[in-house]
Structure formats: structure tokens, C-alpha cells
Ligand binder design. Sequence first.
Ligand code: PGA
Length: 260
Amino acid sequence: MRTPLCVGNWKMQGTIAEGRALATAIRDGLKRPRGVDVVICPPFTALAAVNEVLSGSPLRLGAQNCHWEAAGAHTGEISLPMLVEVGCRYVLAGHSERRREMCETDDQINRKVQAALVHGVTPILCVGETADERRQGLTFTTIEGQLRAGLAGLTPDAIARIVLAYEPVWAIGTGINATPAQAAEVHGYLRGLLSELSSKDAAGAIRILYGGSVKAENADALAAEPEIDGVLVGGASLNPGGFIAIAKKTARAGATGKGE
Ligand code: PGA
């Protein structure tokens, strides 16, 4: 019922030429991906070039950030209409690197989620606890706070149109992924909250991705968990062979695990 989703987040990496080459290799390796949706999120400067590469393919384009206003005096920012014009269908909201480095607040993230939906772009809302929070037994408190704040004011119908990503901060870029069981426990909790905030049916249809040190070697086991509906991949998405393998494993394991 939920088609697995595999998202590559290139972060602040690569020239336009490198982005074009990487997207071309991924596109050519995933000509007809079965049972998985694939999204690539390059840096802003490479969006137009990657959009050209992906045009006519089943792969979709996403941005790593957006402003909530459609236009105005916001030096250095990029709006959703600008992202739509360049072909983006998805946008990350609340990635932990932006929460930490750019001091993004839950309120700003909430506005981004709302604005994305208004402009027909699917927000991928990221939540996750730090190592300290996990040690102190605050994992569920933290992600619940981030989820409720990120979705504040949204109607149940709007909530049904988002993608959620659980990304434990301690697993991002560290090489230490959450175990499938650890991730599944949090995903189950998040789905329960989504059900409360929207409806059981809507919550059952929302894709909840896992992110944090996903690589080809652990993608099978993670995607085999029925509660894990795909992956958000950082470092490993910069290697075309690795990312293609992850996308295929997400599809295969997801299909088996969910009895599709
Ligand atoms: P990573 O990053 O795969 O390099 O751990 C994941 C992310 O930040 O989305």
C-alpha cells in the first residue's frame, strides 16, 4: 500500500557539472525502478541542470530547503514558486543540520511545511533526537514535540500529504545507523501520533522514512521493517552505484516486508 521512497540528499556538495554527471549515472541505473519512488535533492545551484537530466525519467527532484514566503525581501532565500519553476516536487523541512547550524525553529519549519503544501510540493519533515536526548530517555518526548510543532495548524487532509523522516542526529554522518528495531520502534510511535493528528487511514498511508548512515550494506535490513517506508540517504547518495543499490534494496525489501 505504501510505495517505498528513496531520497538522496547531496547536502552542500558538488559543482553543476558534477551534479549533472551524478544525476545522469543515477538516472541511467534506475531506468524503470519497480516498487520504489526515487527523489534526488541537489544543492540549489545544480537544481536546473539536474532537472534537465531527470526530465522524462521516473526520478523526481527535491530541494534541501525553502523559505515560507512566496517572494519578498529575504536576502539569500529561495521560495517555493522558484523551486516549482525549476522542477522540484519535494522539499526537505527541518533537517537536523539546519536546526542546529542555522538555528531553525519548529515554528519556521512549520511554516515551510505549510507553504510547501500550498504550492503543491511534498514536504519531507525531518525529526530526530540527539545522542544526549536518547541517553536521557527523551527520544519520544523530543520527536513528539518536533512532530506536533512541525504539523501545527495543518488539517488532517494536509497532514496526509506529507512525508516524514526519522533521522536520529547521532546516526547522521557518523557511520552508526539506528538498528532496524530501534528505528521501527520510533516509526511505530510516530505513526500512532500521526493517526491522532489526522486519521488512522491517513496515518496508514503516510510514508515514514529512516535516515542516518544508510548504505547499501544496511538498506535491506532497514527497509525490511514493515514500519520503515524508505530511506533518506546523505553521504551514500553521492556514489551512484551505492545509491542505485540502496534504491533497489529499498524496493525489494519494502515489497517483501509489506507483503506487496
Ligand atoms: P547520512 O545523512 O546518510 O550521511 O548519515 C543522512 C541525512 O542527513 O539525511
